[in-house]
Design a protein around this ligand. Structure first.
Ligand SMILES: *Cc1c(COP(=O)(O)O)cnc(C)c1O
Length: 372
Protein backbone atom coordinates (compact mmCIF):
# COMPACT_ATOMS: atom_id res chain seq x y z
CA UNK A 1 0.00 0.00 0.00
CA UNK A 2 2.59 2.52 1.10
CA UNK A 3 5.29 1.02 -1.03
CA UNK A 4 6.65 4.07 -2.75
CA UNK A 5 6.75 6.60 0.06
CA UNK A 6 10.47 6.47 0.77
CA UNK A 7 12.63 3.65 -0.62
CA UNK A 8 11.74 0.58 -2.62
CA UNK A 9 13.07 -2.19 -4.83
CA UNK A 10 11.54 -2.76 -8.25
CA UNK A 11 11.81 -6.29 -9.62
CA UNK A 12 11.73 -6.66 -13.39
CA UNK A 13 9.63 -9.76 -13.97
CA UNK A 14 10.47 -10.12 -17.66
CA UNK A 15 14.21 -9.90 -16.94
CA UNK A 16 13.87 -12.62 -14.32
CA UNK A 17 11.99 -14.83 -16.77
CA UNK A 18 14.65 -14.10 -19.41
CA UNK A 19 17.41 -15.19 -17.01
CA UNK A 20 15.60 -18.41 -16.13
CA UNK A 21 15.13 -19.22 -19.81
CA UNK A 22 18.81 -18.57 -20.52
CA UNK A 23 19.94 -20.72 -17.59
CA UNK A 24 17.61 -23.52 -18.57
CA UNK A 25 18.97 -23.39 -22.11
CA UNK A 26 22.54 -24.09 -20.93
CA UNK A 27 21.70 -26.84 -18.45
CA UNK A 28 22.98 -30.24 -19.48
CA UNK A 29 20.32 -32.74 -20.43
CA UNK A 30 18.50 -34.10 -17.41
CA UNK A 31 19.65 -31.29 -15.13
CA UNK A 32 16.96 -29.39 -13.22
CA UNK A 33 17.32 -25.77 -12.18
CA UNK A 34 17.10 -25.36 -8.41
CA UNK A 35 17.17 -21.59 -7.89
CA UNK A 36 18.85 -20.41 -4.73
CA UNK A 37 16.54 -17.94 -2.99
CA UNK A 38 18.44 -17.65 0.28
CA UNK A 39 18.99 -14.29 1.99
CA UNK A 40 15.64 -12.98 0.81
CA UNK A 41 16.46 -14.07 -2.74
CA UNK A 42 19.81 -12.27 -2.62
CA UNK A 43 17.99 -9.19 -1.30
CA UNK A 44 15.44 -9.13 -4.10
CA UNK A 45 12.54 -10.43 -2.01
CA UNK A 46 12.15 -14.18 -1.62
CA UNK A 47 8.36 -14.28 -1.64
CA UNK A 48 7.89 -12.31 -4.85
CA UNK A 49 10.81 -13.95 -6.65
CA UNK A 50 9.79 -17.48 -5.66
CA UNK A 51 6.17 -16.90 -6.67
CA UNK A 52 7.25 -15.81 -10.13
CA UNK A 53 9.57 -18.80 -10.34
CA UNK A 54 6.72 -21.11 -9.36
CA UNK A 55 4.51 -19.55 -12.05
CA UNK A 56 7.09 -20.44 -14.68
CA UNK A 57 7.41 -24.02 -13.57
CA UNK A 58 10.17 -24.11 -10.97
CA UNK A 59 9.56 -26.96 -8.51
CA UNK A 60 12.83 -27.03 -6.56
CA UNK A 61 14.34 -24.29 -4.42
CA UNK A 62 17.24 -23.99 -2.03
CA UNK A 63 17.58 -21.68 0.96
CA UNK A 64 20.13 -21.21 3.73
CA UNK A 65 18.01 -21.97 6.79
CA UNK A 66 14.76 -23.18 8.28
CA UNK A 67 13.25 -19.72 8.74
CA UNK A 68 13.72 -18.93 5.06
CA UNK A 69 12.17 -22.25 4.11
CA UNK A 70 9.10 -21.67 6.29
CA UNK A 71 8.70 -18.19 4.77
CA UNK A 72 8.48 -19.78 1.34
CA UNK A 73 5.85 -22.27 2.48
CA UNK A 74 3.90 -19.38 4.06
CA UNK A 75 4.04 -17.65 0.67
CA UNK A 76 2.43 -20.68 -0.93
CA UNK A 77 5.55 -22.16 -2.51
CA UNK A 78 5.13 -25.83 -3.32
CA UNK A 79 7.68 -28.44 -4.32
CA UNK A 80 11.05 -29.29 -2.84
CA UNK A 81 12.71 -26.75 -0.55
CA UNK A 82 16.26 -27.77 0.36
CA UNK A 83 17.82 -26.18 3.46
CA UNK A 84 21.54 -25.85 2.71
CA UNK A 85 22.57 -25.21 6.31
CA UNK A 86 22.21 -26.66 9.80
CA UNK A 87 18.87 -26.91 11.59
CA UNK A 88 19.00 -27.36 15.38
CA UNK A 89 17.53 -30.64 16.71
CA UNK A 90 14.83 -28.82 18.70
CA UNK A 91 13.53 -27.50 15.39
CA UNK A 92 13.36 -30.91 13.64
CA UNK A 93 9.53 -31.04 14.07
CA UNK A 94 9.27 -28.02 11.73
CA UNK A 95 11.04 -29.98 8.97
CA UNK A 96 8.16 -32.45 9.01
CA UNK A 97 5.43 -29.89 9.56
CA UNK A 98 6.47 -27.85 6.52
CA UNK A 99 7.62 -30.79 4.41
CA UNK A 100 11.17 -29.49 4.03
CA UNK A 101 14.35 -31.18 2.87
CA UNK A 102 17.27 -30.93 5.29
CA UNK A 103 20.96 -31.12 4.47
CA UNK A 104 22.83 -33.81 6.40
CA UNK A 105 25.78 -31.61 7.39
CA UNK A 106 27.85 -34.59 8.61
CA UNK A 107 27.24 -38.22 9.50
CA UNK A 108 26.73 -37.59 13.22
CA UNK A 109 24.03 -35.13 12.30
CA UNK A 110 22.45 -37.74 10.05
CA UNK A 111 22.16 -40.06 13.05
CA UNK A 112 20.60 -37.24 15.12
CA UNK A 113 18.02 -36.68 12.39
CA UNK A 114 17.30 -40.39 12.25
CA UNK A 115 16.91 -40.54 16.05
CA UNK A 116 14.24 -37.86 15.84
CA UNK A 117 12.09 -40.81 14.89
CA UNK A 118 10.08 -39.51 11.95
CA UNK A 119 10.91 -39.95 8.27
CA UNK A 120 12.55 -36.79 6.97
CA UNK A 121 13.66 -35.85 3.45
CA UNK A 122 17.38 -35.12 3.24
CA UNK A 123 20.28 -34.42 0.89
CA UNK A 124 23.69 -35.53 2.13
CA UNK A 125 26.45 -32.92 1.88
CA UNK A 126 29.89 -34.23 0.98
CA UNK A 127 32.99 -32.21 1.83
CA UNK A 128 35.31 -32.41 -1.16
CA UNK A 129 37.56 -29.52 -0.21
CA UNK A 130 35.65 -26.44 0.84
CA UNK A 131 35.62 -27.61 4.49
CA UNK A 132 32.48 -25.70 5.35
CA UNK A 133 29.85 -28.41 5.71
CA UNK A 134 29.51 -32.02 4.64
CA UNK A 135 31.03 -35.36 5.60
CA UNK A 136 34.59 -35.79 4.35
CA UNK A 137 34.58 -37.59 1.01
CA UNK A 138 37.19 -40.12 2.26
CA UNK A 139 34.76 -41.43 4.92
CA UNK A 140 32.96 -43.65 2.49
CA UNK A 141 31.92 -46.36 4.98
CA UNK A 142 30.36 -43.79 7.27
CA UNK A 143 28.64 -42.07 4.35
CA UNK A 144 27.28 -45.40 3.11
CA UNK A 145 25.99 -46.23 6.59
CA UNK A 146 23.53 -43.31 6.31
CA UNK A 147 21.49 -45.50 3.97
CA UNK A 148 20.90 -47.97 6.80
CA UNK A 149 19.11 -45.32 8.88
CA UNK A 150 15.38 -45.94 8.44
CA UNK A 151 14.17 -42.36 8.98
CA UNK A 152 16.45 -40.71 6.44
CA UNK A 153 14.74 -40.39 3.07
CA UNK A 154 17.88 -39.62 1.09
CA UNK A 155 16.79 -37.78 -2.06
CA UNK A 156 20.13 -36.25 -2.92
CA UNK A 157 23.88 -36.06 -2.41
CA UNK A 158 25.79 -32.88 -3.12
CA UNK A 159 29.00 -30.96 -2.79
CA UNK A 160 30.01 -27.34 -3.37
CA UNK A 161 32.88 -26.03 -5.50
CA UNK A 162 35.08 -23.37 -3.96
CA UNK A 163 37.16 -22.18 -6.92
CA UNK A 164 34.81 -22.50 -9.88
CA UNK A 165 34.75 -18.71 -10.35
CA UNK A 166 38.53 -18.44 -10.85
CA UNK A 167 40.14 -19.44 -14.13
CA UNK A 168 43.78 -19.76 -13.12
CA UNK A 169 45.40 -23.15 -13.47
CA UNK A 170 45.35 -23.98 -9.74
CA UNK A 171 41.66 -23.18 -9.41
CA UNK A 172 40.71 -25.25 -12.43
CA UNK A 173 42.77 -28.13 -11.07
CA UNK A 174 41.00 -27.89 -7.72
CA UNK A 175 37.56 -27.91 -9.35
CA UNK A 176 38.45 -31.15 -11.12
CA UNK A 177 39.88 -32.57 -7.91
CA UNK A 178 36.58 -31.82 -6.11
CA UNK A 179 34.54 -33.24 -8.98
CA UNK A 180 36.64 -36.43 -9.05
CA UNK A 181 36.32 -36.84 -5.28
CA UNK A 182 32.55 -36.39 -5.54
CA UNK A 183 32.24 -38.81 -8.47
CA UNK A 184 34.27 -41.33 -6.51
CA UNK A 185 31.78 -41.15 -3.60
CA UNK A 186 28.88 -41.73 -6.02
CA UNK A 187 30.77 -44.61 -7.59
CA UNK A 188 31.63 -46.24 -4.24
CA UNK A 189 28.01 -45.93 -3.13
CA UNK A 190 26.87 -47.48 -6.37
CA UNK A 191 29.29 -50.39 -5.94
CA UNK A 192 27.58 -51.02 -2.60
CA UNK A 193 24.21 -51.08 -4.30
CA UNK A 194 23.26 -47.57 -3.21
CA UNK A 195 21.72 -45.42 -5.93
CA UNK A 196 18.43 -43.74 -6.80
CA UNK A 197 19.34 -40.32 -5.45
CA UNK A 198 20.03 -37.03 -7.22
CA UNK A 199 23.60 -35.72 -7.32
CA UNK A 200 24.52 -32.07 -7.61
CA UNK A 201 27.66 -29.98 -7.55
CA UNK A 202 27.15 -26.71 -9.42
CA UNK A 203 26.21 -23.20 -8.37
CA UNK A 204 26.36 -20.17 -10.68
CA UNK A 205 30.04 -19.98 -11.55
CA UNK A 206 30.29 -23.75 -11.81
CA UNK A 207 27.48 -23.79 -14.33
CA UNK A 208 28.90 -20.86 -16.28
CA UNK A 209 32.48 -22.15 -16.39
CA UNK A 210 31.90 -25.91 -16.50
CA UNK A 211 28.65 -26.36 -18.46
CA UNK A 212 29.73 -29.85 -19.49
CA UNK A 213 29.53 -31.22 -15.92
CA UNK A 214 26.45 -33.42 -15.92
CA UNK A 215 24.51 -33.59 -12.66
CA UNK A 216 20.87 -33.61 -11.65
CA UNK A 217 20.45 -30.11 -10.21
CA UNK A 218 22.09 -26.72 -10.63
CA UNK A 219 21.77 -24.70 -7.40
CA UNK A 220 21.89 -21.33 -9.08
CA UNK A 221 21.74 -18.00 -7.24
CA UNK A 222 23.74 -15.12 -8.75
CA UNK A 223 22.85 -15.97 -12.36
CA UNK A 224 19.11 -15.93 -11.62
CA UNK A 225 19.41 -12.30 -10.57
CA UNK A 226 21.73 -11.36 -13.44
CA UNK A 227 24.85 -10.86 -11.30
CA UNK A 228 27.64 -11.82 -13.69
CA UNK A 229 30.46 -10.53 -15.79
CA UNK A 230 31.76 -7.62 -13.71
CA UNK A 231 34.98 -6.93 -11.82
CA UNK A 232 33.00 -7.39 -8.59
CA UNK A 233 31.49 -10.68 -9.75
CA UNK A 234 33.90 -13.21 -11.14
CA UNK A 235 31.11 -15.23 -12.77
CA UNK A 236 31.78 -14.77 -16.52
CA UNK A 237 29.35 -12.54 -18.41
CA UNK A 238 28.90 -14.62 -21.52
CA UNK A 239 25.23 -15.37 -21.03
CA UNK A 240 23.66 -11.95 -21.57
CA UNK A 241 21.63 -12.07 -18.38
CA UNK A 242 19.63 -9.05 -17.28
CA UNK A 243 19.50 -7.22 -13.99
CA UNK A 244 16.33 -7.99 -12.06
CA UNK A 245 16.60 -5.33 -9.35
CA UNK A 246 16.39 -1.54 -9.27
CA UNK A 247 16.57 0.50 -6.07
CA UNK A 248 14.75 3.82 -5.81
CA UNK A 249 14.08 6.43 -3.15
CA UNK A 250 11.92 9.50 -2.82
CA UNK A 251 13.29 13.01 -2.37
CA UNK A 252 11.89 14.18 0.95
CA UNK A 253 13.17 17.77 0.95
CA UNK A 254 15.01 20.15 -1.35
CA UNK A 255 16.87 23.14 0.13
CA UNK A 256 19.37 25.80 -0.85
CA UNK A 257 22.84 25.70 0.67
CA UNK A 258 24.85 28.88 1.08
CA UNK A 259 28.62 28.93 0.68
CA UNK A 260 30.11 27.66 3.94
CA UNK A 261 27.05 25.60 4.97
CA UNK A 262 27.87 22.09 6.09
CA UNK A 263 25.81 18.93 5.67
CA UNK A 264 24.92 16.11 8.09
CA UNK A 265 26.61 14.57 11.14
CA UNK A 266 30.19 15.56 11.77
CA UNK A 267 30.00 18.30 9.08
CA UNK A 268 32.04 16.19 6.63
CA UNK A 269 30.81 18.21 3.65
CA UNK A 270 31.03 21.97 3.21
CA UNK A 271 29.37 23.84 0.34
CA UNK A 272 31.98 26.00 -1.38
CA UNK A 273 29.38 27.71 -3.53
CA UNK A 274 25.62 28.19 -3.51
CA UNK A 275 23.99 24.84 -4.25
CA UNK A 276 20.81 22.80 -3.99
CA UNK A 277 20.71 19.87 -1.59
CA UNK A 278 18.08 17.14 -1.45
CA UNK A 279 17.43 14.52 1.23
CA UNK A 280 16.62 10.99 0.12
CA UNK A 281 14.49 8.60 2.11
CA UNK A 282 17.13 5.89 2.21
CA UNK A 283 20.05 5.35 4.56
CA UNK A 284 22.39 2.74 5.92
CA UNK A 285 19.61 0.96 7.81
CA UNK A 286 18.11 0.19 4.41
CA UNK A 287 21.31 -1.61 3.47
CA UNK A 288 23.08 1.17 1.62
CA UNK A 289 26.77 0.92 2.58
CA UNK A 290 27.63 3.83 4.86
CA UNK A 291 31.11 4.06 3.44
CA UNK A 292 29.61 5.48 0.23
CA UNK A 293 29.21 8.75 2.18
CA UNK A 294 30.75 11.65 0.22
CA UNK A 295 32.10 9.34 -2.50
CA UNK A 296 29.20 8.01 -4.56
CA UNK A 297 26.27 9.30 -6.56
CA UNK A 298 22.65 8.61 -7.49
CA UNK A 299 20.52 9.56 -10.51
CA UNK A 300 17.67 12.05 -10.50
CA UNK A 301 15.84 12.60 -13.78
CA UNK A 302 18.82 11.15 -15.64
CA UNK A 303 21.32 13.45 -13.94
CA UNK A 304 24.13 12.18 -11.72
CA UNK A 305 23.96 13.69 -8.22
CA UNK A 306 26.87 13.28 -5.76
CA UNK A 307 26.14 12.07 -2.24
CA UNK A 308 27.17 14.78 0.20
CA UNK A 309 27.75 14.53 3.94
CA UNK A 310 27.76 11.48 6.16
CA UNK A 311 25.02 8.99 5.37
CA UNK A 312 22.38 8.73 8.11
CA UNK A 313 20.38 5.70 9.26
CA UNK A 314 17.27 6.67 7.28
CA UNK A 315 18.48 9.26 4.82
CA UNK A 316 21.33 10.55 2.73
CA UNK A 317 21.81 13.97 1.19
CA UNK A 318 22.65 14.59 -2.46
CA UNK A 319 23.73 17.58 -4.54
CA UNK A 320 20.89 18.29 -6.97
CA UNK A 321 22.24 21.63 -8.25
CA UNK A 322 22.36 20.39 -11.83
CA UNK A 323 18.89 18.80 -11.90
CA UNK A 324 16.43 21.20 -13.54
CA UNK A 325 13.18 21.77 -11.64
CA UNK A 326 13.96 19.18 -9.00
CA UNK A 327 11.30 19.02 -6.31
CA UNK A 328 10.09 17.23 -3.22
CA UNK A 329 8.60 13.85 -4.12
CA UNK A 330 10.86 13.30 -7.13
CA UNK A 331 12.36 9.84 -7.45
CA UNK A 332 16.07 9.10 -7.23
CA UNK A 333 17.55 5.94 -8.70
CA UNK A 334 20.21 4.37 -6.49
CA UNK A 335 20.57 1.18 -8.54
CA UNK A 336 19.20 1.02 -12.07
CA UNK A 337 18.45 3.25 -15.04
CA UNK A 338 17.36 6.87 -15.22
CA UNK A 339 17.23 8.59 -18.60
CA UNK A 340 20.27 7.36 -20.51
CA UNK A 341 22.27 6.84 -17.32
CA UNK A 342 22.65 3.69 -15.26
CA UNK A 343 24.11 2.87 -11.87
CA UNK A 344 24.89 -0.81 -11.55
CA UNK A 345 24.89 -2.69 -8.28
CA UNK A 346 28.20 -4.24 -9.30
CA UNK A 347 29.86 -0.79 -9.56
CA UNK A 348 28.54 0.17 -6.17
CA UNK A 349 29.80 -3.18 -4.86
CA UNK A 350 33.22 -2.69 -6.45
CA UNK A 351 33.43 0.75 -4.81
CA UNK A 352 32.87 -0.80 -1.40
CA UNK A 353 35.22 -3.73 -2.00
CA UNK A 354 32.63 -6.52 -2.07
CA UNK A 355 30.66 -8.46 -4.68
CA UNK A 356 27.18 -7.69 -5.96
CA UNK A 357 25.61 -10.47 -3.88
CA UNK A 358 27.02 -8.90 -0.72
CA UNK A 359 25.48 -5.50 -1.48
CA UNK A 360 22.08 -6.74 -2.62
CA UNK A 361 21.62 -9.34 0.09
CA UNK A 362 22.03 -6.60 2.70
CA UNK A 363 19.08 -4.56 1.41
CA UNK A 364 16.85 -4.40 4.46
CA UNK A 365 13.31 -5.78 4.76
CA UNK A 366 12.20 -2.19 5.46
CA UNK A 367 12.66 -1.47 1.76
CA UNK A 368 9.44 -2.42 -0.02
CA UNK A 369 9.65 -4.86 -2.95
CA UNK A 370 7.47 -4.31 -6.00
CA UNK A 371 7.20 -6.34 -9.19
CA UNK A 372 7.08 -4.26 -12.37
C1 LIG B 1 24.79 -19.81 -1.92
C2 LIG B 1 24.91 -21.20 -2.43
C3 LIG B 1 24.53 -21.49 -3.75
C4 LIG B 1 24.19 -20.43 -4.76
O1 LIG B 1 25.37 -19.74 -5.11
P1 LIG B 1 25.56 -18.90 -6.46
O2 LIG B 1 27.02 -18.90 -6.65
O3 LIG B 1 25.03 -17.55 -6.18
O4 LIG B 1 24.83 -19.58 -7.55
C5 LIG B 1 24.56 -22.82 -4.14
N1 LIG B 1 24.93 -23.81 -3.29
C6 LIG B 1 25.32 -23.55 -2.02
C7 LIG B 1 25.72 -24.70 -1.15
C8 LIG B 1 25.33 -22.25 -1.55
O5 LIG B 1 25.72 -22.00 -0.30
Amino acid sequence: MYEKDRAWVELDRSNLVHNINVIRSILPEGCTLMPCVKANAFGHGAELISRILMEIGIRDYCVACLTEAIELRAAGIEGQILILGYTAPEDFPALIKYDLTQTVVDCGYGRLLNDFGKPVHVHVAIDTGMHRIGERCEHIDEIASLWTLPNLLIDGVYTHLCTSDDTDEDSIKFVHQQKDAFDKVICELSSRGISGFKAHIQASSGLANYPDFRYDYARTGALVYGNEGTPADKVPGRLGLKKVLSLKARISTVRDLLPGDTVSYGRTFTADHAMKCASLGIGYADGLPKLLSNCWHVLVNGVSCPMIGTMCMDSVMIDVSSVPEVKQGDIAVIIGKSGDQEIKACDLAWKTGVNTNAVLSCLSPRVARIVV
